[in-house]
Write a new protein. Structure first.
Length: 476
């Protein structure tokens, strides 16, 4: 690793002779965390690129009053460096809001506040390049660097200029994409059909409120928040709401103290060391750890429904779990018909509605197009997914001497904590320690009271005589 003094006079990442040490593709919370923790490491030359004109975190779901499901300590840096100038508490200090926050006694902050905090970091942290669309990345074996081609975009999204930068190492933080179930894709893609993903909810909230009947599909936190928001805004007795879910219940998220230890570095390391087939079976079975609904949100929904029975009637709101959408189509020019299967009953039904919100979650973005030129170097598992080592680095052919790190694309190797904001700073610190070959950020050896696996006793050397009470057994 070159030092700042050595690189500063001649540094020019547009030539392969003086590349960046690290180039980041995507500027979401995870790569923003990495950039913030890399900032004080003098001698580490980094740049991060994103095609959006500015930072925004799930803008379509910044519903008034909605809070993060993790404590404010799960900011970009604190769990790796509490003294960082990029912490949430320092953000409050710069806004002269520390005392109000102190008296508010909020452990879980609102999403709008988290979004504002991240934008503050993105607007003040150097080395971030918005309005840059990455077109391709490839390995240059002659200079032993990655070449990154980009298009610089105008504020309206029009292409302005083409460029290329070089880096010894890459980190992908391209995030996730809204998932639309196959039966509903033709309707979601059709113009003027009121079927949309929850990611776009706030942009269409007013028109959804005007719909005589609205169906929300999905039993996660987003579905619950949208159902609650619509319920509160609609008149009593004329709510016109139906909430459907594949899961057998509108279930609460596992939020016990020991249950939360599945989101610790200890569990991440344990999960990574498991056989591939075991990991693949574990992830879907752990859905309630990260796909359930916050207890307070469930309580608020029940309270609102109960309040609407005080005059003796029942709200026009139906909540049906255990249902899948088999097919869907249009009825006339304004309505949607959903063909439903009840999983436990084995029955079928039809539901006609005026609009549909798909709170059906997100999936990891495919890297195929972006990394097409690197594909021959990527080592894959039995399911043709990239193999990823404990340091969040894609396993590449030894001919590639640079490292290719990933953020929020390794659930299959690192488990349910992969998309969790609480592990952002730890993962960023892990990547930086790996990248620099030093302990830039000392990390704790133990983070959970739970011991997730059995430890194998050490084996004695041949001829060793165990002490009384020892478990050591000599080899034969």
């Amino acid at each position: 690793m070159s030092t700042a003094a050595e690189t500063a006079p001649t540094a020019d990442p547009t030539t392969p002779g003086t590349p960046l040490d690290l180039a980041g593709i995507g500027i979401g919370p995870f790569n923003l965390s990495l950039a913030a923790l890399a900032h004080p490491l003098t001698g580490l030359r980094c740049a991060f690129y994103d095609q959006r004109p500015a930072f925004h975190w799930h803008p379509g779901l910044l519903i008034d009053g909605a809070t993060l499901q993790v404590p404010f300590l799960a900011d970009l840096v604190t769990l790796a460096d509490p003294a960082s100038p990029w912490s949430f508490l320092n953000y409050l200090k710069t806004r002269e809001r520390l005392f109000p926050f102190y008296f508010a006694e909020r452990f879980h902050i609102q999403r709008t506040e988290y979004d504002a905090y991240c934008r503050w970091v993105s607007e003040n942290l150097p080395g971030l390049h918005f309005g840059h669309q990455i077109d391709a990345a490839r390995w240059n074996p002659e200079h032993e660097v990655f070449e990154i081609d980009y298009t610089q975009l105008a504020p309206d999204g029009e292409a302005q200029a083409l460029g290329r930068t070089y880096a010894r190492n890459l980190v992908l933080g391209i995030g996730t994409a809204p998932h639309i179930p196959v039966p509903l894709r033709p309707l979601a893609d059709a113009p003027a059909v009121p079927v949309l993903h929850s990611a776009d909810y706030l942009d269409h909230r007013d028109s959804l409120l005007a719909a005589g009947h609205l169906t929300v599909i999905g039993a996660g936190q987003s579905g619950a928040e949208i159902f609650l928001d619509q319920l509160r805004a609609r008149p009593t007795g004329a709510e016109g709401l139906h909430w459907l879910a594949r899961s057998p219940a509108f279930a609460p998220m596992e939020y016990s103290k020991l249950g939360l230890e599945h989101f610790t570095p200890d569990y991440t390391r344990y999960f990574h060391a498991l056989p591939e087939r075991v990991r693949d079976a574990l992830v879907p079975a752990q859905w309630q750890l990260h796909k359930g609904i916050d207890h307070d949100t469930l309580a608020a929904i029940h309270d609102e429904l109960y309040r609407r029975t005080l005059d003796g009637g029942w709200p026009d709101a139906t909540l049906t779990p255990g249902v899948s959408v088999r097919t869907a189509g249009r009825v006339g020019t304004t309505k949607v018909e959903l063909h439903l299967d009840h999983i436990q009953q084995g029955t079928r039904s039809r539901l006609t509605t005026d609009a549909v919100v798909l709170a059906t979650g997100y999936r990891e973005r495919r890297m195929d197009t972006l990394l097409a030129a690197l594909d021959p170097y990527v080592r894959r598992d039995a399911a043709e997914r990239p193999r990823i080592d404990a340091d969040h680095r894609i396993v590449l052919d030894p001919a590639v001497t640079g490292s290719l790190y990933v953020q929020n694309a390794e659930t299959h190797t690192h488990g349910v904590g992969t998309p969790d904001l609480g592990l952002a700073a730890w993962r960023s610190a892990t990547i930086l320690n790996s990248l620099t070959g030093t302990t830039s950020y000392p990390l704790p050896e133990r983070t959970a009271f739970t011991t997730f696996g059995l430890t194998t006793p050490p084996t004695a050397r041949p001829g060793t005589v165990p002490r009384p009470g020892s478990t050591l057994v000599p080899r034969h």
